[in-house]
Design a protein around this ligand. Structure first.
Ligand code: DQQ
Length: 488
């Protein structure tokens, strides 16, 4: 009897069991990185959100810490929903969404104060510090506070939407995190707009921060009871007024949401996102785990004020066996299977060019029963992640995702790909990334090939590394092995 193919990622963070979604409260405190996350301890489905907690010294190896927030009697009795972490006069403080009201859901802003190891958290007796939306606004939501320091005061934005028409982020100010004054919507955008992208009528998990000589607003688009994608705007921010200059998707893959950022002690702006399961709820609950965090990505602003997104270089610490090939010529309409590549936890860096459409095939079984194709069309400049044949499992979703990647017709495409069993992250150049979930069932779906669809393909070089396992939950860093003092 064949054992089931292991689908749990080996080096992306996911809890040992149960449901995980939004990353929350990212912070580096006294050298250690802290990741909090929406967590349901009762099963691999969304419900009664707690704040799970993990910490790392390198953003690659994660160790579990005790649950940080648990719903209790009062403004968060129905859940501790998403939020952020700040340091208030030396005290680590979580600013989160408390939910109560049963079927008539009410969302509030609440605080919790931490000890100097960020392990024990005490809810502030002043909760909720923001009880209800501004009375004159009819909003579709009021959650996911993101807080920053500005001119010696605090600023806070909340995800919201003006009922029936547009996504919105509401701006508040405070001197002490306890009493808040509503200022105005920091940004709104009609849900009817689609050029250059659609941003719906309810914005979740806002993030707002300076980058280069601009500011960046990120929002996760919720509409019609569905999670869609993360949009970001680059623009000018002055006197509490934000003027977006451009809008774009943050990730063009099928499963990327609730992006959360942090400024680390090296001054890098880092972002992590939640990748949900692209398979049936039945399959999800049978697996008994759901939800993966993407690799942390470094955000910078290019001279033309396009957002640059790159995987953190620290991931290289996981590299094992390395294989290099190229230059290769693949005739149009043919495929070249790369010999000696056999894996489901790989890092791939390649440069290729074609006059037509061509790409790389991963998780490929010997007779193509299963395969994932990452292909680019130099005529349309469209990068496609095609998972329509990635699994023989009827519970696994198919489809093609992707986006336009501006590249001159004569220029080579540089791809950087991280494959980790059921999650794939594709980076094109330093401005486009796509997160996709796949669930191959065959044990021999571990091959790789290059495919030239309709014109010859030139592969200048391809590097493939086998990546080792990362986090504590993957068994390779049992608690007694880690190099920092035990938390509990
Ligand atoms: N998930 C949280 C909310 C947030 C949503 C609840 C986004 O706070 O708006 O688990 O995925």
């Amino acid at each position: 009897m064949q054992t089931a193919v292991e689908q749990r990622p080996a080096y992306h963070f996911c809890p040992a069991r149960n449901w995980m979604s939004d990353p929350n409260g990212l912070i580096q405190w006294r050298g250690r990185y802290h990741l909090f996350y929406q967590y349901n301890p009762n099963g691999a489905f969304w419900g009664t959100p707690h704040w799970g907690h993990a910490l790392s010294s390198d953003l690659v190896h994660w160790d579990d810490a005790p649950t940080a927030l648990t719903p209790g009697a009062g403004p968060d009795e129905d859940g501790c929903w998403s939020g952020c972490a700040v340091v208030d006069r030396g005290v680590p403080t979580l600013v989160y969404t408390g939910v109560d009201g049963g079927n008539v859901r009410r969302e509030h802003v609440c605080l919790a104060r931490g000890d100097n190891r960020l392990v024990a958290w005490r809810k502030d007796p002043a909760n909720p510090v923001i009880g209800d939306p501004p009375p004159h606004l009819s909003v579709t939501g009021f959650r996911d506070p993101y807080v920053w320091r500005e001119n010696g005061e605090w600023r806070l934005v909340l995800g919201s939407g003006i009922r029936g028409s547009e996504g919105a982020v509401l701006l508040y100010r405070s001197t002490d995190l306890l009493s808040w004054e509503y200022l105005k919507p920091l940004c709104t955008r009609p849900g009817s707009l689609t050029d250059p992208l659609w941003t719906g009528s309810m914005w979740e998990c806002p993030q707002f921060f300076p980058l280069g000589d601009r500011h960046v607003l990120m929002v996760s688009i919720w509409e019609g009871d569905r999670l869609h994608h993360v949009a970001h705007a680059v623009g000018r921010y002055r006197d509490s007024t934000f003027e977006p200059e451009s809008w774009a998707r943050l990730d063009v893959g099928g499963e990327y949401y609730a992006a959360a950022t942090m400024l680390d002690e090296r001054g890098r702006r880092l972002v992590m996102g939640w990748s949900w399961e692209a398979r049936s709820r039945r399959a999800q609950e049978a697996a008994d785990w759901a939800g993966v965090q993407t690799l942390p990505r470094v955000l910078t602003l290019s001279p033309d004020r396009t957002l640059r997104v790159e995987p953190i270089p620290e991931v290289a610490v996981l590299r094992g066996a390395h294989r290099r090939a190229g230059p290769l010529q693949v005739p149009g309409g043919t495929e070249f299977v790369l010999p000696g590549v056999d894996g489901d936890c790989l890092e791939i860096v390649l440069e290729m060019w074609s006059a037509g459409e061509a790409g790389i095939v991963l998780r490929r079984s010997p007779h193509r029963e299963e395969e994932l194709m990452v292909r680019f069309d130099w005529r349309t400049q469209f990068l496609a992640i095609d998972r329509s044949r990635s699994s023989i499992d009827p519970d696994a979703y198919g489809g093609v995702h992707g986006g336009t990647f501006p590249l001159a017709a004569q220029d080579a495409l540089r791809l950087h790909i991280f494959l980790d069993r059921s999650i794939v992250e594709v980076y094109a150049g330093d401005t486009l990334c796509a997160t996709e979930r796949i669930y191959p069932l065959r044990h021999d779906s571990t091959g790789m090939s290059f495919r030239a669809m309709d014109a010859p393909l030139s592969v200048a070089s391809v590097d493939v590394w086998h990546l080792n396992e990362g986090g504590a939950e993957h068994g390779n860093r049992a608690k007694e092995q880690r190099d920092e003092p035990a938390l509990e």
